[in-house]
Design a protein around this ligand. Sequence first.
Ligand SMILES: Nc1nc2c(ncn2[C@@H]2O[C@H](COP(=O)(O)OP(=O)(O)OP(=O)(O)O)[C@@H](O)[C@H]2O)c(=O)[nH]1
Ligand SMILES: [Mg+2]
Length: 259
Amino acid sequence: MPSEAMLPSSSHLLLIPSYNSGAKVYETVAQARAQWNPVWVVVDGSSDGTGAGLQQMAAQDPGLKIWLLSHNQGKGAAVLHGLELAAQQGFSHVLCMDSDGQHPAQLIPRFMRASQAQPAAMVLGVPVFDASAPALRVRGRKISNWWANLETLWAGIGDSLYGFRVYPVQPLLQVMRGQRWMRRFDFDPEAAVRLCWRGVPPLNLPAPVKYLAAAEGGVSHFHYRRDNLLLSWMHLRLMLGFVLHLPALLLNKFRRAEE
Ligand SMILES: Nc1nc2c(ncn2[C@@H]2O[C@H](COP(=O)(O)OP(=O)(O)OP(=O)(O)O)[C@@H](O)[C@H]2O)c(=O)[nH]1
Ligand SMILES: [Mg+2]
């Protein structure tokens, strides 16, 4: 149960995009609420009944708010929906966390504190894998990280794909409103790269990630072919942007070297 004494933060919001995560989402949300107030869930057109179940949870808990999207739009679109509302309500930062039980709720306070200490930064989770991590996914990640580091001239992105992150709201909104991509699985890597280009420094913190078997309630919507194609197209776009940002990136690199 969330602690009665936990006062709501007016600057830092925990935002969970959720699409058909099954019963795992209830556990994830309860664990998040035990660590933070407020928590918002954007239910992205889920058809598994969790929208109604989460609304019942929220009816008993003023620290929990549920936003229902009428149809599935993708992870990035669900985050953007939450960001727009968060900005309207005066939040300056959001910690994004997946709904499927893979992310470490116990680290929420640490990530929030890191962001409060350095509000201009984005706080990026760097995955600490255990034996449950599929080797193919761990290897695939190295490729995406290599591209993200090239695209930012090694400005310090520790991991391009991990969705457990604190973002400053306004810079991310500006990045996302400016283009039609970043609405699905291309959200996490593109957000890190484009925020770097805008001068938002990455702050990397290790965070364990779990890969749950279906028997433990694990759900994934990652489609190997479809999503790798999407990520390849994203890196192609980012490489074009990289060429345009190269002078500024080089200047920043020289400045950092002189400091
Ligand atoms: N896939 C997917 N996820 C969405 C969507 N909308 C919101 N999400 C949420 O985005 C998060 C990441 O989705 P996952 O399918 O677990 O992707 P992943 O964690 O990168 O991949 P796995 O490591 O295989 O689980 C989860 O919290 C989803 O519930 C959507 O349209 N598609
Ligand atoms: Mg997942």
